[in-house]
Ligand binder design. Structure first.
Ligand code: NAD
Length: 468
């Protein structure tokens, strides 16, 4: 397929970086009236073009309309409204009391919420609006100039966004750069004041290395294998539905998708039965004809997930397994009887509608398995037993935890969202995003009065200085 996305020329990239860096110091992006105006314009851009955006998201990955609304349109609109309502409070100077009465008796101490400068935001393709525009809203609210690099893989959505962007936002302050590795590498060779990156850990390392050359701070929103631990004595129908939701939403192409299940051996059969019922209820006898299942975003991504299923050294397909490369279709698939350490399914993040299920005898075995892997972005625990929940919380690490559900903590913007270790660094959403794109600048203002009090700090040093 020929891509509708035109890549930005290298000369234009260099020009954009210079231009936006120069324009930051004019102070225009800091002006509060303009910040509010442009947040409103991001809202308008999404709202006025909602239908076209649904079409583009459907072309990219057959994203069901409801999932497009919940996962892409609504988070951006809600974040705009939140910032319009709260920006006056967020930008306020914070006055702090002096702890050093003698030295700073006449000082006023302020923490000013300064913008960082020119920031670079890399979005990912699986939620191409949410993952580019939600951080953009906060970067604008915090007063920065911004270069946005949408994913080249969600080409229809990125192309539409690129055509709409200059109609709503001032290109002297905010620009889009499109492209693949070459264009991203060119961008990364320049100095930014912050880089906010969403994507794989592999590229996250490349981004961090490039940023280090300029001592640029980074936020890395990465992925990983998010486990769902299921203990004994659960409501298995509810558990099956909630895990299926966290696996088949967006065709399993979500950083917080439940990547695999660790279930107590006594619950396995009931879980498989309940999962079968759920898949049938949601997608019918032939999930391929369902309108509610997204497709893999590209043949390359299809091949990756299909390859994991075909090359697995162990495991039986309990549900699904059908695939069609021409349509990038993979049926909702459940795989059981997996040898813990052998299967390629248990290596990298799956990022597709395939769910391996492992069994454990003792919860300690499940905990040890989770701890042998990189810390995940999300950890899901399904249990009614408070002691076991507490034990898992105390003995594991993850970006976030959700007990008795999947994915919904990511949609709760009053909670910070981010990873730990291989699943990322830094966090965002709501107020946390504002902090991410803000420099807390310490400002001390003194008067020229009471110089006599200051004499104690000046040479020649004698015992009088000890009263400091
Ligand atoms: P990716 O890392 O392949 O690509 C992301 C961006 O990096 C793109 O803009 C691409 O142009 C650029 N890029 C690719 N290769 C590059 C290189 N060699 N040098 C410089 N730039 C390069 O990631 P992806 O496949 O688009 O996303 C999937 C991953 O992202 C999964 O691991 C998923 O878990 C993770 N993810 C995380 C979150 C989160 O919020 N934590 C959200 C969505 C996806």
């Amino acid at each position: 397929m020929t891509s509708p996305l035109e890549y930005t020329s290298i000369e234009t990239i260099v020009d954009s970086v210079d231009c936006l860096r120069g324009n930051f110091v004019t102070g225009k992006s800091r002006d509060l009236t303009w910040r509010k105006h442009y947040i409103q314009r991001i809202y308008d851009m999404v709202k006025e073009n909602e239908e076209q955006l649904y079409e583009a998201l459907a072309k990219d990955m057959n994203k069901p309309r409801l999932e497009a609304f919940v996962g892409d349109i609504s988070p951006v609109l809600e974040e705009c409204v939140y910032y319009i309502d709260n920006i006056d409070q967020l930008v306020k100077d914070k006055k702090v009391k002096s702890r050093s009465f003698v030295n700073n008796a006449t000082s006023t101490n302020l923490i000013r919420k300064d913008p960082l400068g020119l920031v670079l935001i890399f979005g990912a393709w699986n939620f191409p609006l949410q993952l580019t525009l939600v951080p953009l809203v906060a970067a604008v609210a915090a007063g920065n100039t911004v270069i946005l690099k949408p994913s080249e893989i969600s080409m229809h959505t990125s192309a539409l966004l690129t055509s709409l962007f200059p109609l709503y936002l001032n290109p002297n302050l905010y620009r889009i750069v499109n492209g693949g590795v070459e264009e991203s590498t060119t961008l990364l060779s320049h100095r930014f004041d912050h880089i906010f990156y969403t994507g794989s850990a592999h590229v996250g390392k490349i981004v961090m290395e490039a940023a280090a050359k300029h001592l640029t701070p980074v936020t890395l929103e990465l992925g990983g294998k998010c486990p769902a631990i299921v203990t004994e004595d659960v409501d298995i129908d509810t558990v099956a539905q909630r895990i299926a939701f966290g696996k088949f939403y967006n065709g399993g192409q979500a950083c917080v998708a439940a990547d695999y299940v660790l279930i107590h051996e006594s619950e396995l059969d009931a879980f498989v039965d309940a999962f079968k019922k759920t898949v049938k209820k949601w997608f019918g006898d032939d999930p391929r004809s369902s309108h509610d299942l997204a497709r893999m975003v590209s043949v390359k991504h299809f091949d990756h997930v299909a390859g994991l299923v075909h090359r697995r050294q162990s495991g039986d397909i309990a549900i699904g397994g059908d695939m069609d490369r021409d349509e990038c279709y993979i049926a909702p698939t459940l795989i059981i009887n997996i040898e813990y350490s052998e299967s390629v399914l248990m290596g990298d993040e799956i990022f597709g509608p395939v769910l391996p299920v492992l069994v454990y005898k003792k919860v300690n075995d499940a905990i040890s398995y989770v701890n042998r892997k990189h810390s995940p972005l999300a950890l899901y625990i399904f249990s009614k037993n408070k002691k076991i929940i507490d034990k898992i919380l105390k003995t594991t690490q993850s970006g976030g935890v959700l007990v008795n559900d999947t994915m919904m903590h990511q949609a709760e913007y009053s909670l910070p969202f981010g990873g730990i270790g291989n699943s990322g660094m830094g966090n965002y959403h709501g107020d946390k995003s504002f902090d991410t794109f803000t420099h807390e600048r310490s400002i001390m203002i003194k008067s020229q009065r009471m110089e006599s009090l200051m004499q104690v700090r000046y040479p020649p040093y004698t015992d009088k200085n000890l009263s400091l």
